[in-house]
Design a protein around this ligand. Sequence first.
Ligand SMILES: Nc1ncnc2c1ncn2[C@@H]1O[C@H](COP(=O)(O)OP(=O)(O)OP(=O)(O)O)[C@@H](O)[C@H]1O
Ligand SMILES: [Mg+2]
Length: 244
Amino acid sequence: MNFLYCFYRYNYLFYLYYSYFSVRLAMAAKIIAVVNQKGGVGKTTITMQVAGALGKRSHKVLVIDSDPQATAVRWASSASDETPFPASVIDLSATGSKLPREARKFVDDYDYIVIDCPPAAESAAPQSALLIADIGLIPVIPSPPDLWGSVGIRQVIERMAAVNDLLQSRIVVNQCQPNTSLAREAIEILPEYGIPVAASILHQRTAYRQAAVFGGTVHDLGYKAAAAIKEVDALVDEVISCLR
Ligand SMILES: Nc1ncnc2c1ncn2[C@@H]1O[C@H](COP(=O)(O)OP(=O)(O)OP(=O)(O)O)[C@@H](O)[C@H]1O
Ligand SMILES: [Mg+2]
């Protein structure tokens, strides 16, 4: 029974992937999926900061909000008419496993597509996003309970990487408080996850919360947010170099 279930599940994933393979070859946009089953770790924050920073570098960027909470959509709609969010944002949270088919409609029109996923692992949205992604970013908060809550996403990444051979992945440390021994110890054990850890770390800063309130990125806050701008730019540079 178990064997049959696995057999059909894998065949279905292969079918889904290869039915989109011809699309992948023609794809212009690089696809970044931001995933973690743990809630509140910074998926939407990283989606919007990375997408917005890419948009500010004159790339054409689409954010796909695959989370029914629609936080990314609300974030962009908080922006003023004078300073709109520098990427398009659409709600595809109702598409579930049809996300690859829907995303296909946009791949020729954008340089980057960033998919914000709901806090789930074994659900259609993150699995579909990882099926078509070039890179999966996994935000984690460096504290033991947050790390325990993030363990399950590793199996999903491994399963999707077995089907999507273009998929890379990076853990992104978020809300880091470097002066605490807890954070230091948590960062030390991260390599045990078996997923490469991004060199760029985002620290806990009010700039990230402020950017969400006015619907922009930390870049809009100017010199007050210099440290946040620097770390977001470093993360974007790192993601771009992975995708080359
Ligand atoms: N580096 C940071 N510094 C300070 N606050 C942060 C940082 N990253 C995220 N936050 C705040 O933490 C909260 C949760 O972040 P966010 O909504 O991005 O997480 P999420 O993983 O998308 O949550 P969910 O699982 O509910 O979708 C938000 O209030 C956000 O502003
Ligand atoms: Mg979110």
